[in-house]
Design a protein around this ligand. Structure first.
Ligand SMILES: NC(=O)c1ccc[n+]([C@@H]2O[C@H](COP(=O)([O-])OP(=O)(O)OC[C@H]3O[C@@H](n4cnc5c(N)ncnc54)[C@H](O)[C@@H]3O)[C@@H](O)[C@H]2O)c1
Ligand SMILES: [Zn+2]
Length: 335
């Protein structure tokens, strides 16, 4: 393959204004001709139309098969630019430069790329691994507090899946993490991305082991759909989901009381929401049933036997409905 002579930075206008310049100039210093393609900001631009716009830009720059795409942004840009990189000329090298906490610990790792269709989220995409992920925790400083806390939900998820070492670290350093202290953030991001990389490498195409990463997401996704995407931050919905699923674990006799208590208390300390909105229990259950994860009036969940020991299992639908009805009450008791 010919050595790359040009690179295309894909970003949105907000992120590019903040962090585009140092990337472009360091690439130029290394001898690359650099082009920039920006898309509009937001999940609603994670579409085939935006991907087509990127193909147009790439052809107008005469980007070749070996010329890398640098995805600079959060999960939306990562998924979209990753999809364009995987499909343009049957695949060009991809570099992720993730700029949200969620992107740094989750979406930049594992090779999932996607765009949304009007019919639903992430319906078109492919597995396409980046050649490189370049992460700098300093960029997290310009994120809104809400976005940081939402990303923290995924960080805590890794803790609940991984065990007492990571949870102990997160508990002890929560204030520094919320203040985005670089030393603690570097540790957090390194730790979580290693966990994600390990799980993904056991199951690249999401056919088994990767399912544990869905802790909190069965209920979380249902809440996002119920409320409409955008009304909850993803991490907020996942937080409510983790609290409820930890409680389901207790109620089906799989986990001890301490597990749900620890989950609920740490999420609360991080400032994440825990309660299912009033009267949503039945609707949430209905949505889980419609989800592909549900089979024969059994619903698939990731439950925690203990902190650090997730189990993928099914729970009878009537049990789920009954626990969802009591969940806010139980949360109040555990706090
Ligand atoms: N591929 C995967 O494995 C995977 C996993 C999880 C989520 N996702 C996808 O990720 C997306 C969500 O990603 P997200 O939470 O990063 O949201 P996002 O990409 O929409 O970013 C959130 C907002 O922050 C802005 N932003 C990004 N970095 C910034 C910075 N450093 N300073 C200031 N503002 C900044 C963005 O412009 C955007 O408005 C969803 O589309 C989801 O489907 C993919
Ligand atoms: Zn998630």
């Amino acid at each position: 393959v010919a050595p790359a002579s040009r690179a295309t930075v894909v970003s949105n206008t907000t992120v590019f204004r903040l962090y585009g310049e140092p990337i472009v100039s360091s690439l130029r210093e290394s001898g690359y001709d650099v082009d920039v393609a920006t898309v509009q900001e937001g999940e609603r631009y994670k579409t085939l139309e935006s991907a087509a716009g990127l193909y147009e830009a790439l052809t107008s720059y005469m980007a070749q098969r070996w010329d890398p795409i640098i995805a600079l942004g959060g999960g939306v840009i990562g998924d979209l630019a990753g999809f364009a990189a995987g499909t343009y000329m049957r695949g060009v090298p991809l570099v992720h430069v993730p700029t949200t906490l969620l992107a740094q610990v989750d979406s930049s790792i594992g090779g999932k790329t996607a765009v949304n269709l009007p019919e639903g989220k992430n319906l078109v995409g492919m597995f396409y691994q980046p050649k490189l992920i370049v992460t700098d925790v300093d960029v997290l400083r310009t994120l809104s507090k809400k976005c940081v806390v939402s990303g923290l939900a995924e960080v805590l998820k890794y803790g609940f899946l991984e065990g007492r070492d990571l949870i102990g670290f997160l508990e002890a350093n929560l204030a520094d993490i919320l203040a985005l202290r670089p030393r603690q953030m570097r540790q957090v991001v390194a730790w979580c991305s290693k966990i994600k990389a390990r799980v993904v490498s056991q199951d690249e195409r999401d056919e088994g082991a990767r399912a544990v990463l869905n802790f909190g997401h069965t209920i979380g996704h249902a809440l996002e759909k119920l409320r409409g995407y955008g009304s909850y931050e993803h991490g907020e919905a996942v937080s409510i989901g983790m609290a409820a699923e930890a409680i389901i674990g207790t109620k089906v006799g799989l986990s001890d009381d301490r597990t749900a208590t620890d989950v609920v208390r740490l999420l609360a300390r991080a400032g994440l929401p825990l309660r299912i909105p009033a009267s949503s229990a039945v609707e949430v259950a209905k949505l889980i049933r419609l989800d592909k994860k549900a089979r024969d009036r059994q619903m698939r969940f990731v439950l925690l036997r203990h902190i650090g020991e997730p189990v993928v299992t099914t729970v009878a639908e009537d049990k789920v409905v009954s626990v969802l009805g009591q969940v806010n009450h139980i949360v109040d008791r555990l706090l």
